[in-house]
Design a protein around this ligand. Structure first.
Ligand code: MSP
Length: 639
C-alpha cells in the first residue's frame, strides 16, 4: 500500500432491495465500487466503502405475505444470501447497513424530526398515482403511456393522510447547485434531465404512508411509516453516526461519490440534496449514474426467466474472470448487452490468451534459460527500452482513466502493456538468443524485462482482480505488500526465483461452455413454477366468493376521477352500479353491451363518492386490462 496519506474517500453503492436474490446486474455496481475502493486504498486514501440493503416498504411486505412469513424473516433470509454473495465475490466493503438495524432506524427518526423542526415537513392529504414496485408517487404528466416511467408497470390512484416534505422550496437551490458545481452530477445530459424535471415544477414530496406498516414509524404520529426513499437515502449518514454521534460523520462526510444506477439518479440528485439542505448539512461531492446490463433487449427479470446468477458464473469461471469481464466490457454510464458469448470471448481472449499466456511463457522461459532465477538487466536495445517505457507510464494512464470512472479504459491501458509484452517476446525471440552464447546479456535483459512487466501488471490489476495479483506474484517469486509507487519502477526483480504454477486462466472451449450454459437456463415450465402466488387458501375461502355473469348496460366517466368508469351491470333480475379503475384502458362506449364476470357478493363501498356494488373481473394483459367474459345467461354463477 502507498505510504502517502491522501485523506479520506467515502464511496457508496445503492442499498439493494432484498425482495429477491441479486442478479449479475446488481453485482455490476458493487464490483465497480469495490474496484474504486481498492484503487483508492492503494493510492493511500483512508477509504470508507459502504453498501447494504433497503429493507422496508410495501413491496417487501407484500412479498413476505405472499410467502407466508413476517417481513423481518423474509428479509433476514434474502440478506443472508446477499452477504454470502459479497463474501464469495470478495467485496471489500467497510460497512454493510441494513435499514432495519436500530442504529439506522432511530437516526432516520431523528432526521425526520430535524426536517420537521426546520418547518419543512407538514401534514396534508395525498392524492396521486402510486407505483408499488418503485414505491414512488407520480403525477399524471410524468407517466409514460399511462404507466410508471421507471419500471413501466401500472400505477394505481392512491390517497391518504400523509406528511409532506417541502421539496418545492428547494427547486431553485438545486438548479443553483447544478450550475455552480457541475461535477455534482455527470454527465451533462443527466444534469439537463434533472433541470428539466425541476423546471416542470417540483411538487412537495409525500414522505409518510398509512396503507402498510413495514417501515420506520413517524416519531410524532405512529400510525404513519416513513416513506422508504427518505429512510433509504439517510443510510449514507446514519451509519456515520449522524446526527447524535458525529465523530465518523465529521471524518467522512461529505461522501466523495454515490454510485447509482441511472434510474435512481433522480432520487440522489434531487431528493437527497434537498433533504441535506433542509438539515443544513454538506452535500455529497458527486452522484454518478451507471447504465444497465441488458439481456434479450431489456432488463433481467425473474418472470422472464432470464436472470443471470453471478454465483453460478463464479463457480464456473472464477471471481476474477467475472469481475474483469464486468469492468472491461461495459462503458461506464451506458447500457450494455450481456450474452454468454460476449462474456466467454472476453475471458478467453484477454485473460487466457493475453495475460495467462504471458505469465506461463515468462515463467517457463526463466526456468528453462536461467535456472529459474530472474536475471538483472544487462544492456538495453530499442525493444527493451520500449517495453520499459510503456510499463512505467501505464500507472499514470490508469490513474487518469480511474479519475473518470472509466474502468474499461483503465483495464485497456493495462492490456496495452500485456499485449506489448507478448509482442516483445516475438520480437526478441529468446529461443534464438538462447542458442548463441554471445547473446546472453540480451537474453538476460529479455527475461528480466518480462518479469518486471509482469510485476508492474500485478500491481496495476490489483484493484480489479486482487487474487490474480497474488497468483502472478507467487509465480514470479515476489512476496510482500503491493505498493502502487512500485508500478513506476523497473528494477526490482533481479535474483528472485520463479515458481511455475497452474494456468491462471485456463482456456475455455467456447462452444462447449455455451451449450452447458444454455442447458442450465430454466425451462419455461420452471419459470412458471416460480410464479409468486398469494398464500394458499382453503376451498371454503374460495367458496365464499359468489361470481356471476352479467351484461354492461351503461358505462360513463366518473365525474371527478379520471381513472374511474361507473357501470350499470345487469345480473339476471337485478341491475347494479359498479365503479372500476379502467378508464385508461377503455372508452365507456367500448364496453356497453359486453358480457362480464362480476364478484357479486362483495360488500358495497363508496369509491370517490359513487356507490360500487360488486367488482368486474379483468385480466392483466401487461399493456391493457383485458375483459374476462362468458356467453352464459346473466345472473348465472361462475364456478
Ligand atoms: N433500494 C433502492 C436503492 C436505494 S439507495 C438509497 C433500489 N434498489 S434496487 O435493488 O432496485 O436497485 C439497486 C441498484 O441495482 C440500482 O442502482 C439499479 O440500477 C441496479 N440494477 C438493477 N438491475 C440492474 C441491471 N440489470 N444492470 C445494472 N444495474 C442494475 O433501487
Amino acid at each position: 500500500m502507498s505510504t502517502n496519506n491522501k485523506g479520506t474517500y467515502y464511496i457508496t453503492t445503492p442499498i439493494y432491495y432484498p425482495s429477491s436474490d441479486l442478479h449479475i446486474g446488481h453485482t455490476y455496481c458493487t464490483v465497480m465500487a469495490d474496484a474504486m475502493a481498492r484503487f483508492k486504498r492503494l493510492q493511500g486514501y483512508d477509504v470508507r466503502f459502504q453498501t447494504g440493503t433497503d429493507e422496508h416498504g410495501q413491496k417487501i411486505q407484500k412479498k413476505a405475505e405472499a410467502n407466508g412469513v413476517t417481513p423481518q424473516a423474509y428479509v433476514d433470509d434474502v440478506v443472508s444470501r446477499i452477504l454470502k454473495l459479497w463474501e464469495t465475490m470478495e467485496i471489500s466493503y467497510d460497512d454493510f447497513v441494513r435499514t432495519t438495524e436500530p442504529r439506522h432506524t432511530k437516526r432516520v427518526q431523528e432526521i425526520f424530526m430535524k426536517m420537521y423542526e426546520k418547518g419543512d415537513i407538514y401534514k396534508s392529504q395525498y392524492e396521486g398515482l402510486y407505483c408499488t414496485d418503485c414505491e414512488a408517487f407520480w403525477t399524471e404528466s410524468q407517466l409514460v403511456d399511462g404507466k410508471c416511467p421507471d419500471c413501466g408497470r401500472a400505477v394505481e390512484p392512491a390517497h391518504e393522510e400523509a406528511y409532506f416534505f417541502k421539496l418545492s422550496k428547494y427547486g431553485d437551490k438545486l438548479l443553483k447547485l447544478y450550475d455552480e458545481r457541475p461535477e455534482f452530477l455527470e454527465p451533462e445530459s443527466r444534469r439537463n434531465e434533472m433541470r428539466a424535471f425541476i423546471n416542470q415544477g417540483l411538487e412537495d414530496l409525500c414522505i409518510s404512508r398509512t396503507s402498510f406498516d413495514w417501515g420506520i414509524p413517524v416519531p410524532i404520529d405512529e400510525k404513519h411509516v416513513i416513506y422508504v426513499w427518505l429512510d433509504a437515502l439517510s443510510n449514507y449518514i446514519t451509519t456515520l453516526g449522524y446526527p447524535d454521534d458525529k465523530a465518523e460523520y465529521n471524518k467522512y462526510w461529505p461522501a466523495d461519490v454515490h454510485l447509482v444506477g441511472k434510474e435512481i439518479v433522480r432520487f440522489h440528485s434531487i431528493i437527497w440534496p434537498a433533504m441535506l439542505m433542509s438539515m443544513d448539512e454538506p452535500l455529497p461531492k458527486q452522484v454518478l449514474g451507471h447504465g444497465w446490463l441488458l439481456i434479450d433487449g431489456g432488463k433481467m427479470s425473474k418472470s422472464k426467466g432470464n436472470v443471470v446468477d453471478p454465483v453460478m458464473l463464479i463457480e464456473r469461471y472464477g471471481i476474477d474472470a467475472l469481475k474483469y469481464f464486468l469492468l472491461r466490457e461495459y462503458t461506464f454510464g451506458q447500457d450494455g448487452i450481456f450474452t454468454n458469448e460476449i462474456m466467454l470471448k472476453r475471458m478467453n481472449y484477454d485473460l487466457a490468451n493475453d495475460l495467462g499466456n504471458l505469465v506461463s511463457r515468462t515463467v517457463s522461459m526463466i526456468e528453462k534459460y536461467c535456472g529459474g532465477v530472474i536475471p538483472s538487466a544487462a544492456g538495453k536495445d530499442e525493444f527493451d527500452e520500449d517495453l520499459e517505457n510503456i510499463a512505467v507510464q501505464t500507472a499514470d494512464k490508469v490513474n487518469a482513466q480511474m479519475d473518470k470512472f472509466s474502468f474499461s479504459n483503465a483495464l485497456e491501458e493495462i492490456w496495452v502493456l500485456v499485449r506489448r509484452a507478448n509482442k516483445y517476446v516475438d520480437e526478441k525471440m529468446p529461443w534464438v538468443l538462447a542458442k548463441d552464447e554471445s547473446k546472453i546479456n540480451s537474453l538476460n535483459t529479455c527475461m528480466h524485462h518480462l518479469a518486471e512487466a509482469l510485476r508492474v501488471v500485478s500491481i496495476l490489476i490489483y484493484p480489479f482482480m486482487h487474487s490474480t495479483t497474488v497468483k502472478i506474484r507467487e509465480q514470479i517469486g515476489i512476496d510482500g505488500a503491493i505498493v502502487w509507487e512500485d508500478a513506476y519502477r523497473f528494477d526490482m526483480m533481479g535474483g528472485l526465483k520463479v515458481r511455475k504454477g497452474d494456468a491462471i486462466f485456463p482456456r475455455l472451449d467456447i462452444d462447449k461452455e455455451l451449450a452447458e450454459l444454455e442447458a442450465l437456463k430454466p425451462t419455461p415450465a420452471e419459470v412458471e413454477e416460480k410464479l409468486e402466488l398469494k398464500p394458499e387458501i382453503e376451498f371454503d375461502d374460495f367458496d365464499k366468493i359468489d361470481m356471476r355473469v352479467g351484461t354492461i348496460l351503461e358505462a360513463t366517466k366518473h365525474k371527478d376521477a379520471k381513472k374511474l368508469l361507473v357501470f350499470k351491470v345487469k345480473l339476471g333480475t337485478e341491475t347494479r352500479q359498479i365503479v372500476s379503475g379502467v378508464a385508461e384502458h377503455y372508452k365507456p362506449e367500448e364496453l356497453v353491451g359486453k358480457k362480464v364476470i362480476v364478484v357479486a357478493n362483495l360488500k358495497p363501498r363508496k369509491i370517490r363518492g359513487e356507490e360500487s356494488n360488486g367488482m368486474i373481473i379483468f385480466a392483466d394483459g401487461d399493456k391493457k386490462l383485458e375483459l374476462v367474459t362468458s356467453e352464459a345467461p346473466d345472473g348465472n354463477p361462475v364456478c
